[in-house]
Design a protein around this ligand. Structure first.
Ligand SMILES: [Zn+2]
Ligand SMILES: [Zn+2]
Length: 541
């Protein structure tokens, strides 16, 4: 068994535990372990056999035992049992109908059925009401939802990284292309779609239905199908004739409002040809939200990013050392990386005291001796106290190359108070950038009440940049807010807020979010060379 196969089994276990409504920490631990294993070059099976696998990050005794079982027997008993018990396609359909995993399984047992198809059949025969707990009202609701199946409505949007991963894998397996919300890099994706041109659509549809990601096909036409994933998320597949691929791709990419304004669309084999036929310049998918027929500006490109200005190390809650992060950033082709660990007021995790900051300076100097001419910058992610004071004294901040100011606790402050708090911090002469300004977590926490218009004014006066945080559950500023910031004349920074070497790979999410806000490279601080970054240090007045 190679590392990829082992990681796939752990991911499968995580998915099924998720379906079984297991503790989310457990499922996350399995997913993280799978991720670690995919990134390791040594054969995991060997590490397991020699008893050294726990030296890897995130692999504790529980996961060690599962890995041992998998390597020794070729299977994980619990996984096999869950696969038998859970009938993923049935649970997937249940999710889609708004039933929890346990309820789906109870229902299936009571009805003596095992698959999604048998469930549909039982419903059609009016047998649902024979199951305990299903009254006429519930039955009517389920029947109605089943009748609506061809027009699936996802319950919860997927985060961008998960959407890319899921749709990207399906597209790759079918030699197709990612379309839908992910191709527009929407911060939360609801419409998931793949377009795969084919003269033989039946074989593409058959391959789609057989994919491990698709647990049930809920609609099938000649050149179109909708499948549901294990999370109950619908994915649309389109298999147009090759000479219509461009037209199908544009339509499936959306947004609906953008597409509608271009209709009627001629048939075209690719998007370039389609835009030419419309006598329009090709439009990057990130800009296809509101109707637009103009010529797009030269947007920021990922390769124009010269360095990452926000990341963490083992000094706070990161998983890699200063040198490991620096080396990884250099390997990505960057010229610089700012280490911005937390300060003590962050609370939940370790934060750096003034003493720590100075000790970290030695480690950064040592890393720079190794990595030159690449430059590791001395930075900090400094908490903003509720009264607007910063969590480190000015004399410490004055030593640093790059200071991010961040609100962590107290996001729910009323608008005026929060805005005053942030404004106070931005007036500090050492602060360069405001991190994740709106404090949202996609699907979990709404944006805070911060008055961005006021923040833009202060940022402009003080020469402060605003961050576009690339963590997939943050993406903060959002595309819309980037656009507002740029209109106000404020500069932005594209950062990953990486907590691991792998986390540095989230830069495309930040860049795409900036592009959705129409960012051009000269408006983005970290397209500039190192000297320009260092020159942003403001002399204390
Ligand atoms: Zn933060
Ligand atoms: Zn951070």
């Amino acid at each position: 068994m190679d590392n990829r196969q082992i990681a796939d089994r752990l991911d499968a276990l995580a998915s099924l535990l998720e379906l079984a409504d297991a503790n989310p920490y457990t499922t996350r631990a399995y997913r993280r372990a799978a991720e670690t294993i995919r990134g390791v070059e040594l054969p995991i099976a060997k590490l397991v056999k020699s008893g050294r696998v726990r030296e890897l990050r995130g692999i504790g005794p529980g996961i060690d035992a599962r890995l041992r079982e998998l390597v020794e027997t070729g299977e994980i008993a619990e996984l096999a049992e869950l696969e038998r018990e859970l009938a993923p396609d049935l649970v997937g359909l249940g999710r889609y109908l708004g039933l929890g995993a346990k309820r789906s399984i109870e229902l299936a047992r009571a009805l003596g059925i095992r698959t999604a198809d048998e469930f549909r059949q039982a419903a059609a025969e009016g047998r649902l009401r024979t199951a305990p707990g299903i009254g006429p009202k519930t039955e009517a609701r389920l029947l109605e939802a089943l009748a609506r199946e061809p027009e699936p409505r996802p319950r919860r949007a997927l985060l961008l990284n998960r959407a890319w991963e899921l749709v990207g894998a399906i597209a790759a397996a079918l030699d197709g292309q990612t379309a839908g919300d992910a191709r527009r890099w929407r911060d939360a994706c609801e419409h998931l779609a793949v377009v795969a041109a084919s003269a033989d659509p039946r074989s593409v549809l058959a391959r789609f239905a057989a994919l491990p990601q698709i647990v049930a096909v809920i609609e099938q036409g000649d050149r179109r199908a909708v499948g549901v994933t294990v999370e109950g998320v619908p994915v649309e597949l389109l298999a147009p004739e090759p000479e219509r691929f461009g037209t199908a791709l544009l339509r499936a990419t959306g947004s609906p409002a953008y597409v509608e304004a271009l209709e009627p669309l001629p048939d075209a084999p690719d998007e370039q040809a389609l835009y030419r036929a419309l006598k329009l310049a090709w439009c990057p998918p990130e800009l296809r939200e509101a109707p637009f027929r103009g010529t797009p500006p030269p947007l920021l490109e990922p390769e124009q990013i010269r360095g990452d200005l926000h990341c963490h190390t083992t000094w706070s809650d990161g998983r890699a050392s200063v040198e490991e992060m620096g080396r990884a950033a250099r390997d990505r082709g960057y010229d610089y990386l700012a280490i911005c660990d937390h300060t003590p007021a962050v609370g939940a995790v370790r934060g750096l005291t003034p003493d720590d900051v100075r000790r970290q300076a030695d480690e950064i100097a040592a890393a720079n001796a190794e990595l030159a001419p690449f430059r590791v910058l001395r930075g900090i992610e400094c908490d903003i106290h509720p009264d607007g004071r910063l969590d480190l004294p000015d004399r410490v901040l004055a030593e640093l190359d790059w200071v991010q100011a961040s609100v962590h606790g107290g996001q729910r402050m009323p608008r005026q108070e929060l805005t005053k708090r942030v404004e106070e911090a931005l007036r500090n002469p050492y602060v360069r950038c405001l991190s994740h300004p709106k404090g949202r977590y996609i699907n979990r926490r709404a944006e805070n009440a911060l008055d961005l218009e006021r923040v833009f004014e202060v940022a402009l006066e003080e020469g402060i940049a605003l961050e576009v945080n690339g963590l997939p559950d943050r993406l903060d500023l959002s595309g819309e807010h980037v656009r507002d910031a740029l209109r106000a004349g404020v500069q932005i920074v594209c950062s990953t807020d990486a907590h691991s070497v792998r986390g540095l790979g989230n830069m495309p999410f930040s860049v795409a979010t900036a592009r959705r806000g129409w960012a051009t490279p000269e408006r983005v601080v970290n397209t500039q060379p190192l000297e320009a970054i260092l020159n942003r240090r403001r002399a204390p007045s």
